[in-house]
Design a protein around this ligand. Structure first.
Ligand SMILES: Cc1cc2nc3c(=O)[nH]c(=O)nc-3n(C[C@H](O)[C@H](O)[C@H](O)COP(=O)(O)OP(=O)(O)OC[C@H]3O[C@@H](n4cnc5c(N)ncnc54)[C@H](O)[C@@H]3O)c2cc1C
Length: 329
């Protein structure tokens, strides 16, 4: 790990100004992913701006029109918040099913959004080539073991997947982030935060240097209460998703009035599946239709020998998530 300077601002303006001074500066919140990346020599910031002393940025506010969650709120606190557990179970479950209790006690919901891929060729370093790690160096994953990598959104330069759970649930419910930057405050839909790799896989989000995520805004929705985050992984806890689905439904009688479906684990970024949603909207619910929605969600996936099993698994994941949400309704 290379030496770095350390700042601990006590106001948002000071934090943004300090971080905007150089692209080599990183905010540090819980540190649960940034320190790992520094130890692996993937990140080598010249300056760390510790944001944990910023006042009020960890508040969880609940109103009739939705939630406003401070980016420095800990994953464990958000997951166990009674309103989230009761009225937004998909959001709560996406956090409960992530990482371990120790990590959730330390990690923040803002830092969680900006975690980087778990692609072994990205994290492995030499002798592997990785365009995300060293732009222009190549992609060893293309001819390597891609069992857990992206089925959607990859490019010739990169097939890494986005590993987080929380962002998937946020995308399902049209959440946005509030971002404080040098030019003031703006909002960005979580669905538009992450970028597909294209030719520049090292540019992972639409954020600019110095941009600080201050709050996560989740609008109230009739689909939020009967919702679930269904995560399938190699073991039942402390593992990243092979496939996952965030689903929420609003049902009247047998008829699906509204539905939200987002896919995790399988894309270069979290994916909203509107074609699958449209298949179910205004239709009487059936398991057969749920499976069709799963099949629709996986249209266009690109597979290889190692990862083809995740298509039927993903279809089942979507269908089972819809079943769970419908039962909750
Ligand atoms: C062993 C292990 C298993 C894990 N399993 C899972 C899992 O199953 N599912 C899952 O979703 N996650 C998983 N994670 C990831 C974990 O949830 C993240 O490490 C954590 O949420 C990051 O939060 P943090 O506050 O520690 O971020 P930090 O490490 O402090 O920061 C992460 C990044 O975000 C930036 N940043 C932090 N806060 C802000 C902000 N407010 N504005 C702008 N930039 C900011 C930092 O500069 C840094 O680049 C796992 C991690 C580990 C180590």
């Amino acid at each position: 790990m290379q030496p770095f300077s350390y700042l601990r601002p006590t106001s948002l303006a000071e934090a943004v100004n300090s971080a905007a001074r150089s692209p080599d500066t990183r905010f540090i919140a819980g540190g649960t992913t940034l320190f790992d990346l520094m130890k692996l020599d993937i990140e080598a910031p010249a300056t760390l701006v510790d944001v944990t002393a910023l006042p009020g940025v960890d508040k969880i506010e609940v109103a009739a029109d939705g939630l406003a969650i401070g980016s420095l709120a800990r994953m464990a606190d958000v997951a166990s918040h009674p309103i989230l557990r009761d009225q937004y179970p998909a959001l709560s479950e996406s956090l409960w099913k992530a990482a371990s209790q120790q990590l959730r006690n330390m990690a923040t919901v803002g830092g969680n959004l900006l975690q980087r891929t778990r692609c072994p060729y990205f994290r492995g370093g030499e002798p592997y080539r990785c365009n995300k790690r060293v732009p222009g160096s190549g992609c060893s994953a293309q001819s390597g073991i891609d069992r857990s990598l992206a089925l959607f959104g990859g490019s010739e330069a990169c097939i890494a997947n986005y590993p987080g759970d929380w962002a998937v649930a946020l995308v399902a419910f049209d959440a946005a982030i509030e971002v404080a930057g040098l030019d003031g405050v703006r909002t960005i839909r979580v669905e538009e935060l992450h970028r597909e790799p294209g030719h520049t896989p090292h540019i992972e989000t639409v954020l600019h240097p110095g941009d600080f995520i201050s709050r996560i805004l989740v609008p109230a929705a009739a689909t939020a209460r009967a919702s679930t985050y269904h995560k399938v992984r190699d073991r039942e806890s402390y593992a990243f998703a092979l496939t996952s689905a965030a689903v929420g439904v609003d049902i009247q009688g047998e008829r699906v009035r509204d539905i939200r479906i987002a896919l995790g684990g399988v894309g270069a970024k979290p994916m909203r599946c509107r074609a699958a949603e449209n298949l179910l909207k205004d239709q009487p619910y059936s398991r057969e239709l749920a499976l069709k929605a799963g099949e629709t969600a996986f249209i266009g996936s690109r597979t290889s020998t190692h990862n083809a099993f995740r298509v039927p698994l993903g279809i089942q994941t979507v269908a089972d998530a819809i079943d769970i949400a419908v039962k909750r309704a």
